[in-house]
Design a protein around this ligand. Structure first.
Ligand code: SF4
Ligand code: MG
Length: 335
């Protein structure tokens, strides 16, 4: 059967004076209708670049898709013209970014910004669009929307601005919303409110949501499935409950140990030691080998293939090769 969104062996390079950075190195995953998928990883893992590629927003130059495909509703996005992409963005795919101010025009009333999108995509007349703008502001939980629709972005708080951005993203009833760190710039209490809103809208509108985050707390709160990225590749993927209950990749184990508690209680964070590899010259073997306490000789030489654990849960790690020693043996041997 066909997925709403398929990312198939995507590769993205960025040209720099120091050479080509291989930011995304063969990433594959999918998003089905009505599900929320989280892509999680540290900064620089390629998660935002992957999102930009899906939206046709890789700045070229210096960026370039050098391999693979992005297919949305059976149509290949990679390779579409600027005009086709503009049509799809905003009407079929809504976008929510980290900083609401970059998404909003400070010189234009928020209602007008919603109306422009609706009129541009030829869905409604100006009068209908104005009414719909008020409805949308109400839907995203902005009090007194009849009055707020005629205000400017600076008259809104950070959390309310992000609600406006979500209203704009949903205005044309897209099938997919891509949200890149949508709560990172907000206070903790506001973060929770925005996540609740996204979760409610996702369920009510049967939306598909692709959320990009560095925060496993966000993943646990909102996502059905998750994709863990490291150094430009997917190291683990699966249903959120499966990955949280039985993480299968040493990098995911590290992430879980550094998970801040959702109830906000203080807990010592245990960061993963070391730094990700240089993506000018990415390692030929497992990208996590230099930081992995379980690394074996094969790990440096050859990229592990994904091992499957049922229900779509997969992890790319040599520990799951039948020839590898049991993890208990490695632990017992003092590794
Ligand atoms: Fe560690 Fe090897 Fe697994 Fe990579 S493949 S995570 S280095 S054990
Ligand atoms: Mg980012």
């Amino acid at each position: 059967e066909q997925h709403l969104l398929t990312i198939d062996n995507l590769k993205v390079n960025f040209k720099t004076y120091g050479g080509d950075v291989q930011a995304v190195r063969g990433v594959s995953f999918h998003v089905d209708k009505g599900e929320t998928v989280a892509v999680v990883g540290e900064s620089g893992c390629g998660k935002s670049v992957t999102a930009q590629a899906i939206m046709g927003l890789i700045p070229n130059p210096p960026g370039r898709i050098v391999g693979g495909r992005v297919v949305f509703e059976g149509k290949e996005i990679t390779g579409m013209s600027k005009k086709e992409l503009l049509e799809i963005r905003g009407s079929q795919i809504g976008m929510v970014f980290q900083d609401p101010m970059t998404a909003l025009n400070p010189t234009m009333k928020v209602g007008r910004q919603i109306v422009e999108g609706l009129v541009r995509h030829h869905q409604l007349s100006r009068e209908e669009a104005q009414k719909r703008a008020v409805e949308l502001l109400r839907m995203v939980g902005i009090p007194d929307p009849e009055k707020r629709v005629d205000q400017y972005p600076h008259q809104f708080s950070g959390g309310m601005r992000q609600r406006v951005v979500i209203a704009i993203a949903l205005a044309c009833q897209p099938k997919l919303v891509i949200a890149d760190e949508p709560t990172t710039a907000l206070d903790v209490t506001i973060q929770a409110q925005i996540l609740d809103l996204l979760k409610r809208l996702q369920a009510e509108q049967e939306l598909s949501v692709l959320i990009i985050t560095h925060d496993l707390g966000v993943v646990a709160e909102i996502a059905h499935r998750m994709v863990v990225m490291y150094a430009g590749v997917v190291v683990e993927t699966g249903r959120v409950q499966d990955v949280f209950a039985h993480p299968r990749h040493p990098y995911t184990w590290g992430l879980m140990r550094s998970l801040p508690r959702l109830d906000g209680a203080k807990q010592r964070l245990v960061p993963i030691e070391g730094t990700p590899p240089d993506l000018f010259h990415p390692p030929t073997g497992c990208p996590f080998a230099a930081r992995c306490e379980f690394a074996m000789e094969i790990c440096d030489r050859q990229m592990p293939a994904p091992a499957a654990f049922g229900g779509g849960h997969q992890a790319a790690c040599w520990l799951h090769d039948p020839r590898a020693p049991r993890i208990e043996e490695l632990v017992a041997a003092g590794r």
